[in-house]
Design a protein around this ligand. Structure first.
Ligand code: ZN
Ligand code: ZN
Ligand code: ZN
Length: 250
């Protein structure tokens, strides 16, 4: 069971990491797209790129050789649903990974940049910048999510072994908390409050001031318990009981 849960967590994290990588690649390629669109605006397109007469977009990005660097996108073509022109999907403004995936779907319809209200290279470039901005925000969100999941997994795998080490030490002191035996009772709790037992099983936890504080509380509680079984307490025992209560309640 424990192993299965751990495996599931690993698979989920791997899926998130994959999606995070895709967004990163999407962003880097979009930065090239935005840069080429700004070259169109400045009329500085490096036209040593592919001569793509077949693309009827207002700004065919592949005319600039820098488009080779935008490896997230390939020369996939679409037909605009509104103007019926045929063009590269990326030149039509199909920029986000999830939209890009839909280009494989024959039933999907698309509108080019111009038909969706982007006319002129400056406004297309602004739209590209906007897409980059929102992808970057999502990238940050996904990074947080991955870190959170990694922490959860780390907690999960460390709490498992801690529990079994604890059980081992407890058993040594006569308190078997093994779930299938179901015999754990007050007597066992009492055994776990012996000074030597406490000092040993508290070492299972990582050394922190908190651990030491909990250990001191348990030791004090153990002292209180020990003295409560005697019918009459000596003066020394009375003092000890008082000390125990003081530590326990502070
Ligand atoms: Zn094109
Ligand atoms: Zn690049
Ligand atoms: Zn169109």
């Amino acid at each position: 069971m424990a192993r299965r849960k751990e495996r599931e967590m690993i698979v989920e994290i791997a899926a998130l990491e994959k999606s995070f990588k895709i967004i990163g690649a999407n962003i880097r390629s979009m930065e090239h797209v935005a840069a080429i669109l700004s070259k169109f605006a400045d009329k500085k397109v490096d036209s040593a790129g592919r001569d793509e007469i077949a693309c009827q977009a207002e700004f065919c990005l592949f005319r600039d050789k820098a488009m080779k660097k935008a490896s997230f996108f390939n020369g996939t073509k679409i037909d605009c649903h509104d103007c019926y022109l045929s063009m590269h999907a990326v030149c039509a403004g199909i920029w986000r990974a999830e939209e890009w995936q839909l280009t494989h779907d024959v039933d999907q319809t698309f509108s080019c940049l111009k038909c969706s209200g982007c006319s002129g290279s400056v406004s297309c470039m602004k739209k590209a910048m906007g897409t980059i901005g929102s992808l970057k925000r999502r990238e940050i969100e996904e990074k947080k999510e991955i870190e959170q999941r990694r922490r959860e997994k780390e907690e999960y795998v460390t709490s498992g072994p801690t529990r079994s080490s604890l059980e081992k030490v407890w058993k040594k002191y006569g308190a078997d908390v093994c779930a299938f035996k179901q015999t754990f009772c007050g007597n066992h709790v009492y055994k776990l409050l012996h000074t030597r037992a406490i000092n040993e099983y508290m070492l299972v936890f990582p050394p922190t001031p908190n651990r030491d504080r909990i250990r001191d509380l348990l030791l004090a509680l153990g002292d209180v318990m020990k003295l409560c079984v005697s019918s009459a307490l000596t003066e020394y025992e009375m003092d000890e009981l008082e000390d125990g209560i003081v530590i326990f309640s502070s």
